[in-house]
Design a protein around this ligand. Structure first.
Ligand SMILES: CC(C)[C@H](C(=O)O)[C@@H](O)C(=O)O
Ligand code: SF4
Length: 486
C-alpha cells in the first residue's frame, strides 16, 4: 500500500479546507459558517433586509443573539422585577429590534435580564457555542477573540451579517498566514494583556494586515483559555483578519460540560477531530515573528493607537525619535490629544477614571487579578470613577461567590452589570472630555471612551494598581509590598 503524501498544513489551512463549499477560478471561496453571533448594533438592518426580501434565517440553530453594547450597566430591573426603560432613544430602538427579530426569525436570544447575558465574545466561549475547528462570525471587529479556542473567527459587516443569516455562507479570499511565536516564562506581574500589547507594539497596528495569525510557542501554550482570549481578542488591533490558537488539553478542559458544547458520545468524537487540528510539523507560514516572553514588562499605551506601547518603567517617546515622517506627525497629534509631553515618565501620569471590563479583560481571571491588587486598599481620592464590569452574568455570579465584589466595593470601585460599558461610548458609561482612563479594553482611539477621553490600555492588575495610587503604576511595586518578596 502506498502512503498518501500530503503537504503539512497549518491550523488555518485545515479549518479553511474543511469549510470550502465552492472555489472560484479567481480564488474566491464560498465558505460554510458554523456559528453566528448577533448583537444589537450591527443586526437591525440585516434582519430588515431579510424581511424586505421575504427570506428566513437559514440555520437559526447556529445563530445566537445577545445584546451588549448599548445596555446600561446599572440595574436593569426595579425592585418589583420590572424592566427599566433605556433613556437613549437609539439604544432603546436597537435593543427592541433585537428582541423582536430574534423570536421572529427563530433565533435564541439571551436577553438583557437573562443570567447568561454578557458581551458576545465572553458569552460564546462560556456557553460552549464557540468550538475548535469551526468558522465563527459576528458583525463585530473583535470576533477574532474566539480564535483562542481554535475557531476561525472574524468580524463581518452588516451586509455580510444578512448574507450569513440568509445562506449560512460567506464569500471570502484566503489570507496569508503568519506565525507569532512567544516562548519562555512570563515575568512577575506580566500577563496575557502585556503579551498582546508587546506583540502589537512590535509588529504595528497594520503589521497583520492581509494575514490570519496563529499564536504559538510555550508562553501561549501556558496561558489559560481566559488569557488566550485576551490575546486573540486584539488580533484586529495589529490588523489581522483572525487570530488562532491551536486547541489542546487546556481548551478541551475548558469546554467540557459547557451548555452548548457537545456531550456524551458526541464529545468524544469532537475531541478526536479537534486533536487533528494543530498545525502539522513543518507547516509553512508566509511570515514568522518571534518574541521572548522574558523581555515583556507590564506594558501600556501612551498614544491613540494600540501600537503605541511602552513598558510601565518607560517614558513618553519623543515624536522626533520616529524614523518615519508620518509616524512623527501622528505621534505629535497623539501627544497633543493625550495631554502628554515627550520624556514624561509614564508612572508620573495621573488618572481620573478606571475601567476594568470589555471583551478583552472581563473574565473571572481578570477580575481575580484586579481584586488581588485592590484587596485591602482604597481607590485614590483623585480617581472620579472606577468601574468593574464583569463580561457576563455568569462571570459576575462566580466573582460574587468568590467574594471579589466585596473586595472591589470595599476598595471604592463600582460593581456593575455586564456589558461593553466604558469600552466604547455607546451607553451611559463614558470618560468625560479631557479626562484620563486606565482601561483594560482594546482600543485607545480618539474619542473611543467618550469625546475627548484619553485612554491608556493596561492589564487588569495594572488598572487596579492605577486605581489605588491615582496614577499609572508599575503593579510589581504593589505586589512586592503585598507579598514582601520578589
Ligand atoms: C459596535 C461594534 C460594531 C464595534 C466593532 O465592530 O467592533 C465595537 O464592538 C467595537 O469594539 O468597536
Ligand atoms: S467590549 Fe468593547 S471591543 Fe468588545 S465588543 Fe464591546 S465594544 Fe467591542
Amino acid at each position: 500500500m502506498r502512503a498518501i503524501v500530503t503537504e503539512p498544513r497549518t491550523l488555518y489551512q485545515k479549518i479553511w479546507d474543511a469549510h470550502v463549499v465552492e472555489r472560484r477560478d479567481d480564488g474566491t471561496c464560498l465558505l460554510y459558517i458554523d456559528r453566528h453571533l448577533v448583537h444589537e448594533v450591527t443586526s437591525p438592518q440585516a434582519f430588515e433586509g431579510l424581511r424586505v426580501a421575504g427570506r428566513r434565517v437559514r440555520r437559526p440553530d447556529l445563530t445566537l443573539a445577545v445584546p451588549d453594547h448599548n445596555l446600561p450597566t446599572t440595574p436593569r430591573v426595579d425592585a418589583a422585577g420590572r424592566r427599566l426603560p433605556i433613556a437613549d432613544a437609539e439604544s432603546a430602538q436597537q435593543l427592541a429590534a433585537l428582541e423582536a427579530n430574534a423570536p421572529e426569525f427563530g433565533i435564541r436570544l439571551i436577553d438583557a435580564t437573562a443570567p447568561e447575558q454578557g458581551i458576545v465574545h465572553v458569552v460564546g466561549p462560556e456557553q460552549g457555542f464557540t468550538l475548535p475547528g469551526t468558522t465563527l462570525v459576528c458583525g463585530d471587529s473583535h470576533t477574532a477573540a474566539h480564535g483562542a479556542l481554535g475557531a476561525l473567527a472574524f468580524g463581518i459587516g452588516t451586509s455580510e451579517v444578512e448574507h450569513v443569516l440568509a445562506t449560512q455562507t460567506l464569500l471570502l479570499k484566503q489570507s496569508k498566514s503568519m506565525e507569532i511565536r512567544v516562548d519562555g516564562a512570563l515575568g512577575f506581574g506580566v500577563d496575557a494583556k502585556d503579551v498582546i500589547l508587546a506583540i502589537i507594539g512590535r509588529i504595528g497596528a497594520s503589521g497583520g494586515t492581509g494575514y490570519v495569525v496563529e499564536y504559538t510557542g510555550s508562553t501561549i501554550r501556558g496561558l489559560s483559555v481566559e488569557g488566550r482570549l485576551t490575546v486573540a481578542n486584539m488580533a484586529i488591533e495589529h490588523g489581522a483578519r483572525s487570530g488562532l490558537i491551536a486547541p489542546d488539553e487546556t481548551t478541551f478542559a475548558y469546554l467540557k460540560g459547557r451548555p452548548m458544547a457537545p456531550a456524551g458520545e458526541a464529545w468524544g468524537r469532537a475531541v478526536a477531530w479537534w486533536r487533528t487540528l494543530p498545525s502539522d510539523p513543518g507547516a509553512r507560514y508566509d511570515r514568522t515573528v518571534t518574541l521572548d516572553a522574558g523581555q515583556i514588562a507590564p506594558s501600556l499605551t501612551w498614544g491613540t493607537s494600540p501600537e503605541d506601547v511602552v513598558p510601565i518603567t518607560g517614558a513618553v517617546p519623543d515624536p522626533d525619535s520616529f524614523a518615519d515622517a508620518s509616524k512623527r506627525a501622528a505621534a505629535r497629534k497623539s501627544l497633543d490629544y493625550m495631554g502628554l509631553a515627550p520624556g514624561m515618565r509614564m508612572q508620573d501620569v495621573g488618572v481620573d477614571n478606571i475601567f476594568i471590563g470589555s471583551c478583552t479583560n472581563s473574565r473571572i481571571e481578570d477580575l481575580r487579578a484586579a481584586a488581588a491588587v485592590a484587596k485591602g486598599r482604597r481607590v485614590a481620592s483623585g480617581v472620579r470613577q472606577a468601574l468593574v464590569v464583569p463580561g457576563s452574568g455568569l462571570v459576575k455570579r462566580q466573582a460574587e461567590a468568590e467574594g471579589l465584589d466585596r473586595i472591589f466595593i470595599e476598595a471604592g470601585f463600582e460593581w456593575r452589570e455586564p456589558g461593553c460599558s466604558m469600552c466604547l461610548a455607546m451607553n451611559p458609561d463614558k470618560v468625560p472630555p479631557g479626562e484620563r482612563c486606565a482601561s483594560t479594553s482594546n482600543r485607545n482611539f480618539v474619542g473611543r471612551q467618550g469625546p475627548g477621553a484619553r485612554t491608556h490600555l493596561v492589564s487588569p492588575a495594572m488598572a487596579a494598581a492605577a486605581a489605588v495610587t491615582g496614577r499609572l503604576t508599575d503593579v510589581r511595586e504593589l505586589m512586592h509590598q503585598q507579598t514582601g518578596s520578589l
